[in-house]
Design a protein around this ligand. Structure first.
Ligand SMILES: [Zn+2]
Length: 335
């Protein structure tokens, strides 16, 4: 019976229009896919796409299991965007967010089904309209964007056992990163905003596991362990965060894992940028930005340079160590 059905559908299709034939089945070419190979609306089950790499505009993610979402966010030297989100619904249907590299503020589009993200989007647009093309002081700019996930419990993270950014000793690196993550969870700022944010994090230990991020700054299959480490990423990329979350009805997705890698092959980092600093990145500033991604913040773009979640990074600057008004408002919207 089943065989007869397949044969008759194949006959109707006449061999035209692969890869979609035979009643929803789908055949993917080997190797890395693009978003056009696995378009929104296709099924990871029909296409056997779980575990396959999907790339877009210099970024990439590995297709997760149904019910999961994966986001890649790369912090670049020049502000060019490398990041998008691939979500797989419980029934296997694929959808994408932020499939653009032309409009930084489009990052705020986030998940159209997510009320928080939708309101953040409107919020950001209003701010852009109010101050076109001009940076506003950190405490006056209320722009933020959310990515559609949050940490509902405690973000438990590990430090990789390889070389660490800035060649810091493990204890020093752990302290710097713990402090940066703490800036997000405690919404530390110089604007006088009290901390109403309930986000929590805990450092566990060093680990032999690695961040599941490859040398092209693409998210690989996750190993279930949230690791911060250092290694080789694409040249223009300073650091990358990959976050995986599970759908929650009526709220932002629930974070399951988030890995962060600093590109120590192409860039240098320091915990003490002083007058002698010329081309190093302040580890705590970059780490605070990445921690923002971990806890569900997305980028704000042009004219929002004063915010920690601005799209690019500034060598030797410590400004992103503390949050701007928009960063705080974004965290308050989530927590
Ligand atoms: Zn970023």
């Amino acid at each position: 019976m089943a065989v007869a059905t397949v044969v008759s559908l194949a006959a109707l299709g006449g061999g035209a229009a692969p890869p979609r034939a035979e009643g929803g089945a789908c055949t993917l070419a080997p190797g890395a896919l693009t978003v056009d190979d696995l378009p929104a609306g296709s099924s990871v089950l029909d296409c056997a796409a779980v575990g396959r790499l999907v790339t877009h505009a210099g970024a990439g993610v590995t297709v997760p299991d149904p019910g999961m979402k994966v986001s890649v966010d790369a912090l670049t030297e020049d502000g060019s965007l490398h990041g998008f989100t691939l979500a797989v619904a419980a029934d296997g249907t694929v959808s994408y967010d932020d499939l653009t590299d032309a409009d930084p503020d489009a990052d705020a589009d986030a998940d159209a089904d997510d009320a928080n993200a939708a309101s953040a989007h409107a919020h950001t647009r209003a701010s852009v309209a109010a101050a076109p093309g001009r940076a506003r002081a950190a405490c006056a700019d209320d722009a933020y964007a959310t990515a559609g996930h949050k940490e509902y419990d405690t973000y438990e993270w590990f430090l990789g056992d390889g070389t660490l950014p800035g060649n810091l000793a493990p204890d020093d690196a752990r302290r710097a990163l713990e402090d940066a993550i703490g800036t997000i969870t405690a919404s530390r700022n110089d604007c006088g905003f009290g901390d109403t944010v309930t986000a929590k994090a805990r450092f566990l230990s060093r680990t032999g596991n690695e961040a599941d991020i490859d040398r092209d700054a693409r998210c690989m299959a996750r190993d279930g362990v949230s690791v911060w480490d250092a290694g080789d990423l694409s040249g223009g990329v300073v650091a990358t965060t990959c976050s995986w979350s599970r759908a929650v009805s009526g709220g932002p997705d629930s974070l399951r894992e988030a890995d962060v890698r600093f590109n120590t092959r192409d860039h240098t980092f320091t915990d003490h940028p002083g007058e002698a600093c010329s081309n190093s990145y302040d580890l705590r500033s970059v780490a605070t930005h990445e921690a923002g991604h971990v806890f569900g913040l997305a980028h704000v773009g042009e004219s929002h340079e004063s915010q920690t979640m601005y799209t690019n990074s500034f060598a030797c600057s410590t400004a992103a160590r503390t949050l701007g008004r928009g960063d705080v408002l974004g965290l308050r919207a989530l927590y």
